[in-house]
Design a protein around this ligand. Structure first.
Ligand code: PBG
Length: 335
């Protein structure tokens, strides 16, 4: 022991708590922050008898009408949230094997894009490209011989992307997990001169039970096809290297941004993606994540606002630059 050490008045000399002792110091040593720029609000829209109905498993979230979604969009824009992601509830009579409504230029999504762009042109609009809202079995693709047919599905996805781009959608977001769709959609968009329409690819989308409440929102919960889950196209939760391959492929095919989904159970994937690639990485805090927080908060078991902040901050800390979250509006109000 040196003389100095023996005379040293207190133990330990390294006190981590010094950097936590006062509010100002906590602020200046903080490594990550959540801002409004990091939030995207997903919203649901429909026409017909489910207009303005609430979703039981997603307390506080409703399926807007074409009229109410425009007001909602304005409110979201005025709160400072940069973008929304729109999802449709399609009336059952418009769903079929070939998902024809998905390529109808006058479908609810295209009408919604036009209405919102009219009244709120600077709000970014993101649209899913996938067939599940439009098929009568709820799968993301076309079923041929009891299999989700990759290449046939892509043909329709390209048309779907085109009508959405034509309606004014800023960011096309393929969430279907077919192979090669990013490249095909990029080529289709470029060919029609939508060179500035971006692609946000759901690259690492896991076959997750956290999507349950979303499927209630869209009415796709009771997939009645014999292929009764999405495991033949969405990823196995056991895998992480495979996520890197998926992401690399999508980047090479021309994706502008990539998405990891769900978020909280896949923070490790967000982190390795961030370390491995230079592309912006988004994460989707999905419906089940929302509903679990809502349910426990309603019971008074957790502090809702604190948990939302903590969960969103952890997603940012892992490496996501932006988060799709049903809490976006709530959190924007308190930021
Ligand atoms: C459909 C799609 C899903 C979600 C976004 N797009 C569900 C699914 O794949 O079954 C889930 C979003 C959520 O749970 O909030 N392609």
């Amino acid at each position: 022991m040196t003389k100095f050490e023996s005379q040293y008045p207190s133990f330990p000399s390294i006190r981590m708590r010094r950097n936590r002792m006062k509010k100002f110091v906590r602020r200046i040593v903080s490594e990550n922050t959540l801002t409004i720029n990091n939030l995207i609000q997903p919203i649901f829209v429909t026409e017909g008898k489910f207009e303005n109905t609430y979703i039981d498993s997603m307390p506080g979230i409703k399926r807007h009408s074409l009229y109410s979604i425009v007001n909602e969009a304005k409110e979201i824009y005025n709160l400072g949230i940069p973008a929304i992601a729109i999802f449709p509830y399609i009336p059952k009579e418009l769903r079929n094997e070939n998902a024809l409504e998905s390529i109808n230029e006058n479908n609810i999504i295209c009408k919604t894009i036009k209405e919102i762009k009219n009244s709120c042109p600077d709000l970014g609009i993101i649209c899913d490209v996938a067939l599940d809202p439009y098929t009568n079995h709820g799968h993301d693709g076309i079923v041929i011989n009891n299999e989700i047919n990759n290449d046939k599905t892509i043909e329709i996805l390209c048309e779907q992307a085109l009508i959405q781009a034509k309606a004014g959608c800023d960011i096309i977001a393929p969430s279907d997990m077919m192979d090669g769709r990013v490249k095909s959609i990029r080529l289709a968009l470029d060919k029609k001169n939508y060179i500035n329409t971006s692609i946000l690819s759901y690259s690492a989308k896991y076959a997750s039970s956290f999507y349950g409440p979303f499927r209630e929102a869209l009415g796709t919960k009771n997939i009645k096809n014999s292929i009764n889950n999405k495991k033949s196209y969405q990823m196995d939760p056991a895998n992480s290297h495979e996520a890197l391959r998926e992401i690399r492929l999508d980047i090479n095919e021309g994706a502008d941004i990539i998405m990891i989904k769900p978020a909280i159970s896949y923070l490790d994937i967000i982190k390795i993606a961030k370390q491995s690639f230079e592309i912006p990485i988004f994460a989707y805090q999905v419906s089940g994540e929302y509903s679990m927080i809502k349910a426990a908060s309603e019971k008074g078991w957790i502090n809702e606002k604190n948990i939302i902040f903590e969960s969103l901050l952890s997603i940012k800390r892992a490496g996501a630059s932006c988060i799709l979250t049903y809490f976006a509006k709530d959190i924007a109000k308190s930021l």
